[in-house]
Write a protein that binds this ligand. Structure first.
Ligand SMILES: NC(=O)C1=CN([C@@H]2O[C@H](COP(=O)(O)OP(=O)(O)OC[C@H]3O[C@@H](n4cnc5c(N)ncnc54)[C@H](O)[C@@H]3O)[C@@H](O)[C@H]2O)C=CC1
Ligand SMILES: O=C(O)CCC(=O)C(=O)O
Length: 410
């Protein structure tokens, strides 16, 4: 059957060593042209490779800027094999008619477990004791070493990760307070702090779980660090832009903070062979991890399956359920119809032009699905048409002013 993109022609570009479960999911779904890279690509190479691809899968390192997306003429969808989507210019992707998918849940437990482990380690002063032992030292002492029980954990960003941390922390006997821009249902005995400052002033351990947005950029700077309790601890496994890293280094040097655990950095190496540079390097009381909060085999395996299946579903069936930048439609299968997709700028008149086209051609519409957001309209039309009629319709759809993408799916 003639479609706009026969499956065997669809090129899938997978970067940053996304799990093999993703590769297997694409193969099982009948996609054979899969290009897999262990690392992120340098910008020029990324631009060149993505220009050939119909589907691209990335993690947090590859920045899909407006320029790169506009150059990716064949691209139909982007998969972020992670939670964060700040590395993609979502507006630019939407304006080009490209939905972006992610995995909003699959690695949250892994981050939560790491944060709890780090809170225990920091409260016991283990990072500095461990470092000293490695240098042949020995400090058998209880000074500066605390149980988690009855300590106050302040969670900034009480979403999927923050709430799980709260539940795990309460099981250890910690008292949990949180701050969020939204009103949130408290789980267990957790209580909302009256403000970020209130949280910073009360918590023994502050842990950050907000997304990267303009509002969270440098949310924790010198002023906020000064508000934290003397001897308290900071954990950041959210995004490197959330904390002023030089101010954090200064707060640790002055011993206002007793320690920190940092998984994300304003500038991160592009891959495992690149050097890591940070003002926190060499501080024994700081746990440094290479952005591996969500890097467990379980999480990566699940993410691979979750995101690949969303991309396959969009490519095979047109469903955009859970796209982060795009009108969402869930579509039933109509195997006896032909399915046409039309993505357009949401301006008056497009829908009537689409419908006129079918009535003028005397083509029966078996089902029609429409979803819009203020910028983009997405229409899926199942029709009784033969192959030649579908091809003509697709060309006519493509000629409607305001069209971003059109496609014969099956
Ligand atoms: N280190 C790692 O490997 C990983 C890091 N992450 C990062 O963690 C972030 C959080 O993940 P989830 O909990 O799943 O996201 P989520 O979306 O479920 O929760 C984020 C919470 O932050 C709140 N928030 C947003 N802006 C805020 C602000 N200005 N002030 C206070 N609260 C604000 C939201 O209302 C929401 O409740 C992700 O966006 C990602 O950047 C996620 C997974 C792995
Ligand atoms: O594992 C990754 O590549 C990124 C994890 C992360 O930061 C996320 O899921 O937002």
């Amino acid at each position: 059957m003639k479609t706009s993109y026969p499956k065997e022609d669809i090129k899938v570009l997978l970067l940053e060593g996304v799990s093999q479960s993703a590769v297997e999911s694409f193969r099982r779904a009948g996609y054979s042209q899969i290009e897999f890279h262990e690392k992120s690509l340098p910008e020029a190479e990324l631009k060149a490779r993505i220009a050939e691809a119909h589907i691209v899968g990335i993690r947090s390192r590859s920045h899909l800027t407006k320029d790169i997306l506009e150059n990716a003429r064949r691209l139909i969808a982007v998969g972020c094999f992670c939670i964060g989507t700040n590395q993609v210019d979502l507006e630019a992707a939407r304006a080009l008619g490209v939905p972006v998918f992610n995995a909003p849940y699959s690695n949250t437990r892994s981050v939560a477990e790491l944060v709890i482990a780090e809170a225990i380690m920091l409260l016991r002063g283990i990072p500095q004791k461990n470092a000293l032992c490695h240098r042949g030292g020995w400090t058998k002492s209880a000074a500066g070493s605390f149980e988690t029980r009855d300590k106050v954990l302040g969670i900034v960003g009480y979403g999927h990760i923050g709430t799980q941390i709260g539940v795990l922390a309460e099981a250890l006997g910690m008292r949990v307070i949180f701050h969020d821009v939204e009103t949130k249902l408290s789980l267990g005995n957790a209580r909302a702090a009256s403000s970020l400052d209130d949280l910073l002033e009360r918590a023994d351990v502050v842990t950050l779980h907000v997304p990267e947005t303009p509002a969270t950029k440098l949310m924790i700077g010198a002023t906020e660090l000064a508000k934290m309790r003397k001897g308290s601890l900071l954990i950041n496994a959210s995004r490197g832009t959330v904390v002023d890293i030089d101010a954090l280094a200064a707060a640790l040097r002055s011993e206002h903070l007793a320690g920190a655990a940092v998984d994300v950095f304003p500038v991160e190496p592009k891959g495992n062979d690149d050097a890591f540079v940070s003002p926190l390097v060499g501080m024994d009381n700081v746990i440094l991890t290479p952005h591996i909060g969500g890097s467990t085999l379980e999480a990566q395996d699940n993410i691979g399956i979750e995101v690949a299946s969303k991309l396959v579903r969009y490519s095979d069936n047109g469903s955009t359920l859970s796209a982060v930048n795009f009108p969402e439609v869930t579509l039933p299968e109509h195997p006896n119809s032909r399915r046409l997709l039309h993505i357009h700028r949401n301006v008056p008149g497009v829908l009537s032009r689409i419908n006129e086209l079918f009535s003028a051609g005397n083509i029966n519409i078996d089902a029609q699905f429409l979803q819009t957001d203020p910028q983009v309209g997405y229409v899926v039309i199942d029709v009784s048409a033969d192959e030649a009629q579908a091809a003509i319709l697709k060309d006519k759809l493509a000629a409607i002013p305001g069209t971003l993408r059109s496609r014969v799916l099956y």
